[in-house]
Design a protein. Sequence first.
Length: 223
Amino acid sequence: MPALNEALTPLLLTLKVAAWATLIAFVFALAWAYVLTRYRVWGRETIDAIFTLPMVLPPTVLGYYLLVLVGRRSLIGIWLEDTMGIRLIFTWQGAALAASIVAFPLVYKAARAAMQDVEHQLEKAARLLGANETKVFFRVTLPLAWRGVLAGTMLAFARAMGEFGATLMIAGSIPGKTQTMSIAIYEAVQAGRDDVANFLVVLTSLVCIAILLASGKLLQRRY
């Protein structure tokens, strides 16, 4: 099947990009959700608004911000390339970074809501028994909040798979290197390759529907 052969490369690349993006978003979102729900942080509302901003900003605006921050002419971009040999523009790593920023709010909001529902008395009891903050988090908070965290992480993975605007601006559309499924669909439609576009659309839709159903089941069990 020609459509299957042409879809395999962007599918594998999309899964790799989405997996790394979700991992990055998961680590940072989990840490910030815990800090903002357990400690008094100055400017908490402002920080929360900034973390939620990728949900409402156009992806192209996020892509532009990333170009300014980590582009080849930016201070961060020059430092990364000169000191660590890391180049984010027109690479799959750049696509993963862009997708992680877009997916971050989904993990963050779900994790924060789940952690707010955890009884603080249980955490206090663990501390009285000698547990430090790390043990309290991994043995009390996270086990009690895992359903909400996992549901948000699954939604973040689906969002990372479908990211288009920011990814295109940062990584471009290089077949086999940075062309993810959403970009491949766009390119196939532009080229009149309806068979490839239809196959990619159906495949992406099925994966996203499965993730939404699974995350919905997790949230229902939580309540």
